[in-house]
Ligand binder design. Structure first.
Ligand code: IVH
Length: 722
């Protein structure tokens, strides 16, 4: 694309063709800039074209296109994170804590100030006091005013390059030269400017995003910090662009601009450059003022739009900072004062059980509403049974509640128990059943969580359908999480087997988008998925077993089971699994004997046996078998052979003759355990005859047919591959 063509004839073109042209051109440069990091035009030129397009689009709404670059944010996904070495190490700050139940809760903070006094040899040291942002630390490096890269803290020396994501954050300027204020100011744009700050998700935006995700059946984030951290780790900046991240600066790294005498000068520079900075920020000239400022932040912090659990105190004067210097991990001129979390007593009215997307049963405390840290708390997660046992939680008790990390309410302890009421039991209250579907629940070995194991549980629909469709399961191409979510959201599917009831028109018209911006699945995709579903019907047993998402049953256990069984009915009535369950609980030796007998690998053990047995015995399991049968789906095992799949004798037929050191049956089992098949008579298909003392006719026949005759010692050598 040559530029003269675009510029010189621009005026002569119709708005429609110019819009089209600009979109193409911007898209071209956008790609060069973001994806290939090889811009051909300056940022300013890009902006001019961008603005021209914006204006034309405003004047001509009839040419609206949701794909216009003006509506587009973010470039192509990256493959992985590059490492970036920080120009100046990103240190942390020493924490000082507000103390509990003591006459002077701020004693540690006062001690920090005393150290400043001692080190600087003065009584009154001016400090700044500002809230500590609960976010993700980043370093933004600007070269000649342009954002060169953005990196996370990492280990303080090197961090992840998150530039692709940071560019989508609108509060982060990409080009400082476009800041109008800088022109008439005493500052020039420094050649190198490294800004430190926090990326965070504003509280309100976080709540709204989580509510939306919940509605769409997506997993929600535990708190704004996790949401911000998780978002920054995305490889696809388009996802990031849709998340409400914000940035505030609080520090300076590498810098070669005009000298800055105090923190106030630094703030003035930030303001000139249009870089948003952390506020409120107070200046305290002595100890008392510092304590007052800290107290004020503690009082007012709940009104901030970000989470904060403390205040950061820094020496104002930069020369004084240099005098104070650093310890090995943190500057001596700063401290982070951590506030005690606010706590309130209230009554635990009830406990309800929520079923999560992966079937985990989470107990939730229903509380008499109380006001904590500026908001009303009426529920708190109790995490799991261990937590309940540890804290002796029971209904009716008076409990102490706090907001951990100032966001998520938690129960600290029981302050007034109700005599005679037992500790709450998830299993008892759920009566052993999933509160969402009535299916069986189980607590796996080594895990504290109770889980619903029902294939049909609606609370787990999206997860189960997505797993069912995955490549190693039934490989339903075109059915990923988005489609699964849409199917569940629009009530087309509650269980994976409901997929087989879908019609072409339901699928083609499925809305993968929102009401405001719908996106159809379309006829082509619909036809493809239906074909994949048809093909799935005859997929082998091991694929089906894995697809069913039975707990404990991974891909290789599924293969093992398919080796030991012909079909699902076999498995439902499996004597092997019954034996495993019956004999192995108490007796490890028995278990090993059994595993050896069927040459079962470690992937199938009592835990798998139990999980499968529970599943097939449950209503849900029976229903699944019935539905499959109704649908005419009878998965078969092509690998069923009760023998070791890849033992050294696999595929070999062996005949035993004569008297051996162990009895015949034992030898037969031994050979089978190595993958061989034992036959009663010698033929041309026999691979080996194992001969002991004696052994008449079989030995003769073997000699006739030229079948190798070996003794036990030679068998051993053979097995060891010698
Ligand atoms: S000043 C030498 N100010 O907390 C470090 N840091 O625990 C000077 N943080 O690394 C940092 N809010 O990532 C500063 N208002 C604030 C802050 C803040 C949050 C983070 C920052 C720092 C960490 C230390």
């Amino acid at each position: 694309m040559s530029e003269p063509d675009l510029f010189s004839f621009a005026a002569a073109k119709s708005p429609e063709s110019r819009i089209r042209e600009l979109r193409t051109l911007l898209e071209h440069h956008n790609r060069l800039y973001y994806t290939q990091a090889a811009p051909e035009i300056s940022d300013a030129e890009y902006d001019r074209l961008y603005r021209e397009l914006e204006e034309l689009e405003k004047k001509h709404p009839e040419f609206h296109d949701p794909n216009s670059p003006t509506l587009r944010v973010g470039g192509a996904p990256i493959d992985g994170f590059q490492q970036i070495q920080h120009a100046v190490p990103m240190l942390s700050i020493d924490d000082v804590f507000e103390l509990k139940d003591v006459p002077e809760p701020a004693a540690e903070l006062i001690a920090f100030y005393q150290r400043l006094r001692k080190n600087l040899g003065r009584d009154e040291i001016t400090v700044t006091v500002e809230p500590k942002i609960d976010g993700v630390a980043v370093s933004l490096l600007y070269r000649d005013g342009k954002l060169a890269y953005a990196a996370t803290r990492g280990d303080g020396k090197t961090g992840d390059d998150v530039t692709h994501n940071v560019r989508t954050i609108r509060s982060i300027p990409l080009d400082l030269t476009s800041s109008s204020k800088i022109q008439n100011s005493k500052f020039k744009i420094p050649a190198t400017l490294e800004i430190r700050g926090e990326i965070f998700m504003p509280n309100e935006a976080f709540a709204a995003m989580n509510a939306e995700r919940d509605e769409e059946g997506l997993p929600t984030f535990a708190n704004p910090r996790n949401a911000a951290a998780g978002t920054l780790k995305q490889l696809d900046p388009k996802i990031v662009a849709k998340r409400p991240l914000a940035f505030l600066a609080h520090g300076l790294g590498a810098y070669d601009g005009e000298p800055l005498e105090t923190e106030h000068d630094f703030h003035a520079l930030l303001d000139q450059l249009g870089i948003p900075r952390n506020q409120p920020l107070f200046t305290a000239r002595n100890l008392d003022e510092m304590l007052e400022c800290v107290a004020r932040i503690n009082r007012e912090r709940h009104d901030l739009d970000y989470g904060t659990d403390g205040a950061v105190i820094k020496v104002l004067d930069r020369a004084e900072r240099e005098n104070l210097g650093f310890t090995s991990r943190a500057p001596r001129w700063a401290a982070a004062y951590k506030f005690l979390p606010e706590q309130q007593e209230t009554t635990l009215k009830n406990i309800t059980i929520q079923v999560g997307r992966t079937g985990v049963l989470t107990p939730v405390a229903e509380l008499e509403p109380v006001l904590i840290s500026g908001s009303t708390v009426s529920r708190a997660t109790l995490h799991n049974q261990d937590e309940i046992d540890r804290k002796q939680i029971h209904i009716g008790a008076t409990v102490l509640v706090e907001k951990a990390g100032e966001i998520i309410p938690a129960i600290v302890k029981v302050t007034k128990p109700v005599p005679g009421v037992g500790v709450y039991s998830i299993f008892d209250h759920a009566e052993g059943k999933c509160p969402s579907c009535g299916g069986p629940i189980s607590q796996e070995d080594g895990f504290v969580a109770w889980r619903c194991t029902n294939f049909q549980c609606p609370a787990q629909a999206v997860t189960r359908i997505t797993h069912f469709a995955s490549r190693k399961a039934l490989d339903l191409e075109g059915l990923g999480e988005t489609v699964a979510e849409a199917l569940v959201r629009h009530n087309h599917c509650r269980t994976p087997l409901d997929l087989f009831d879908l019609t072409e028109s339901i699928l083609a018209n499925l809305n993968l988008g929102t009401d405001e911006s719908p996106r159809r699945y379309g006829e082509k995709n619909a036809a493809k998925l239906l074909a994949a579903l048809e093909a799935a019907k005859t997929k082998p047993l091991q694929r089906w077993l894995f697809a069913m998402g039975i707990r404990q049953l991974g891909e290789s256990a599924a293969k093992e089971l398919a080796r030991l069984h012909e079909n699902l009915n076999d498995l439902a009535e499996s004597p092997i699994l019954a034996e495993l369950l019956r004999d192995t609980r108490a007796d490890a030796k028995k278990k090993n004997e059994l595993l050896a007998k069927y040459s079962i690998t470690g992937d199938v053990g009592p835990a798998v046996a139990e999980s499968i047995t529970t599943f097939f015995k449950s209503e849900a399991g029976k229903h699944t078998l019935a539905r499959l049968s109704e649908l005419g789906i009878h998965p078969q095992s092509p690998i069923s052979n009760l023998q070791s799949p890849n033992g050294p004798l696999s595929g070999k037929t062996v005949v035993i003759t004569g008297t051996l050191s162990i009895d015949r049956d034992a030898m037969k089992e031994y050979i089978e355990s190595k993958g061989g098949k034992v036959s009663g008579s010698v033929s041309a298909k026999t691979h080996y005859v194992i001969a002991g003392e004696g052994g008449g006719s079989k030995r003769d026949k073997a000699e006739q047919l030229g079948v190798p005759i070996i003794d036990e010692a030679e068998l051993e050598k053979l097995l060891q591959g010698l």
